[in-house]
Design a protein around this ligand. Structure first.
Ligand SMILES: CC(C)(COP(=O)(O)OP(=O)(O)OC[C@H]1O[C@@H](n2cnc3c(N)ncnc32)[C@H](O)[C@@H]1OP(=O)(O)O)[C@@H](O)C(=O)NCCC(=O)NCCS
Length: 172
């Protein structure tokens, strides 16, 4: 499908219904849309972006605070979910939102950004396997699917576990 002109921008309260609809459509279930609702309710989204075409919301991504054990100071963020309406997938919208969101993360001084997802897809944005820096997802061993972007002076000697915001606990 040829790419249509799109806008990537920050999210406002008036966008919430449209965002949740697109997240549910992308995943084919309501769990991730409910997750976004819990994150909003908890004030736990640090950076978020939507994509729209002709005023219609067709994509969404969010970065929320994560924590590490042992503790790591600074801005630590997890990218999830990323969602593009089925009719608009594979036209570059996911990439456009993620790149714009990552730029905002860097401007916010993010020290660590984590993601769980398709390894090849996220590699193109600079996410490397967390294991390369001795950082793993606390929940279970996700192998190459758990990836991170770190700032240059990240200390790697000490193994660390990453925990997502409690709003994620209800998502399997
Ligand atoms: C995954 C997703 C966010 C990607 O967004 P997108 O706008 O479709 O992707 P882009 O146009 O930026 O990039 C396209 C590339 O992504 C990769 N890609 C997209 N969907 C993929 C999938 N299901 N499996 C593997 N790779 C996929 C491919 O490399 C594709 O390139 P190609 O078309 O040349 O093969 C989108 O497809 C989506 O919403 N999927 C359903 C929800 C989901 O799984 N979200 C991610 C987990 S949080």
């Amino acid at each position: 499908m040829a790419a249509q002109a799109h806008i990537v921008r920050d999210v406002h309260d008036a966008d919430h219904d449209g965002v949740q609809a697109v997240v549910a459509a992308a995943f084919g279930q309501d769990d991730e849309a409910a997750l976004v609702g819990r994150l909003w309710a908890a004030g736990a989204i640090t950076i978020e972006r939507l994509a729209e075409i002709d005023g219609e919301i067709v994509g969404y991504c969010a970065f929320s605070p994560i924590t590490c054990t042992p503790n790591l100071d600074g801005e630590l963020l997890g990218l999830a979910p990323v969602a593009v309406a089925p009719a608009h997938q594979r036209t570059g919208l996911g990439a456009a939102m993620i790149e714009d969101g990552l730029k905002a993360c860097r401007e916010a001084g993010a020290r660590l950004i984590a993601v769980l997802g398709h390894p090849e897809y996220y590699a193109r944005f600079g996410f490397e396997p967390g294991a390369a820096k001795n950082i793993r997802w606390a929940e279970r061993d996700a192998g190459d699917a758990f990836r991170i972007i770190t700032d240059d002076d990240m200390k790697t000697e000490q193994p660390r576990l990453v925990h997502y915001h409690p709003a994620f606990d209800a998502v399997s």
